[in-house]
Ligand binder design. Structure first.
Ligand code: 13P
Length: 304
């Protein structure tokens, strides 16, 4: 480790203690951040873990909607996002007005919102879901018609596993949706014994080729239990760092070259130190919105 990094880690340790803070890192963060974090995981798992701690400050190394979820679950803690413009283009595909318009159009439908969404959109929803529980959540909803937002690929995946009538918002994650089926076929030809494991934000034709479809936590679980020595990973390549630590004898190949979420890569150790030093950028959610968003998340937890 270079002396500069060692210095930053020392400074981080000092600030964490002074502020009674914890560092959360999503599975897509750069290796350095994952290694420095108190918890590494998927977005909702991290928010739940943080809520159970007695920390006063949560530094969420991820993108904005994730830090918002942490704030929704921990209203009395200060939640910081180290990079102000670490956004999520998928979450930003839908705003409250567009969702209200859909609700007026399909007045009998209930809204199921993937957690990769803004707090304001969650607040307009009947229930939230994650990529691991989406099918179960949709099945639990007491309505035949479901408005599913914002990810169309997760929506199509759920639609193929339920009899509900799904009205799917046309949003997508540019990082996952870019994977082409040809890339998956090419890798499968080169490594015929390697299972393909993908995130459900990939296109349906890529999902159809997969041996397993799961959230980042689901992919980690599958990789651990698999007997294969090589696995093809269809999600942001930050996850490979953790896969490799947990499975040192297995080989993990990204489904495509530069499988990168640019927003996730904006967070650096310097920015985390700076965030705790200056106590920025604080996530603030109006209390009426937070309560409604909390209710949609709480309903999901009841299903789980
Ligand atoms: P999970 O970690 O919940 O699978 O979500 C990852 C994500 O944000 C995909 O874009």
């Amino acid at each position: 480790m270079c002396p500069y990094t060692t210095g930053l880690l020392g400074e981080l340790k000092r600030l964490k203690k002074a502020r009674n803070a914890i560092i959360l890192a999503h599975n897509y963060q750069i290796a350095e951040i994952q290694d420095a974090a108190d918890f590494v995981g998927d977005s909702f798992e991290l928010s739940r873990k943080a809520a159970k701690t007695d920390a006063d400050v949560i530094v969420f190394c991820g993108v904005k909607f994730m830090a918002e979820s942490a704030k929704i679950l921990s209203p009395n803690k200060t939640v910081l996002l180290p990079v102000e413009d670490a956004g999520c283009p998928l979450a930003d595909t839908i705003d409250v007005e567009s969702l209200r318009k859909m609700k007026r159009k399909y007045s009998k439908a209930k809204v199921v919102t993937y957690v990769n969404s803004t707090a304001a959109v969650k607040a307009e929803s009947y229930i939230c879901c994650t990529s691991s529980n989406a099918i179960k959540v949709v099945e639990s909803v007491p309505a035949k018609q479901i408005i599913f937002v914002p990810d169309k690929n997760l929506g199509y995946y759920v639609a193929s596993h339920t009899d509900k009538e799904m009205i799917v918002w046309n949003g997508y994650c540019p990082t996952h949706d870019t994977v082409q089926v040809e890339e998956a076929k090419r890798l499968k030809r080169a490594y015929p014994d390697a299972p393909i494991v993908v995130h459900p934000e990939c296109k349906p034709e890529v999902v159809a080729l997969a041996d397993h479809v799961g959230s980042t936590s689901g992919i980690l679980r599958y990789a651990k239990e698999s007997n294969a020595d090589t696995l093809i990973i269809g999600t942001e390549e930050g996850l490979i760092h953790r896969l490799q630590i947990e499975n040192p004898d297995k080989k993990f190949l990204p489904l495509r070259e530069r499988f990168i979420c640019p927003n996730m890569k904006k967070t650096t150790l310097e920015k985390v130190v700076n965030s705790l030093e200056k106590m920025e950028f604080e996530i603030k959610i109006p209390e009426d919105i937070r309560i409604k968003a909390y209710n949609a998340l709480a309903r999901m937890l009841e299903v789980n």
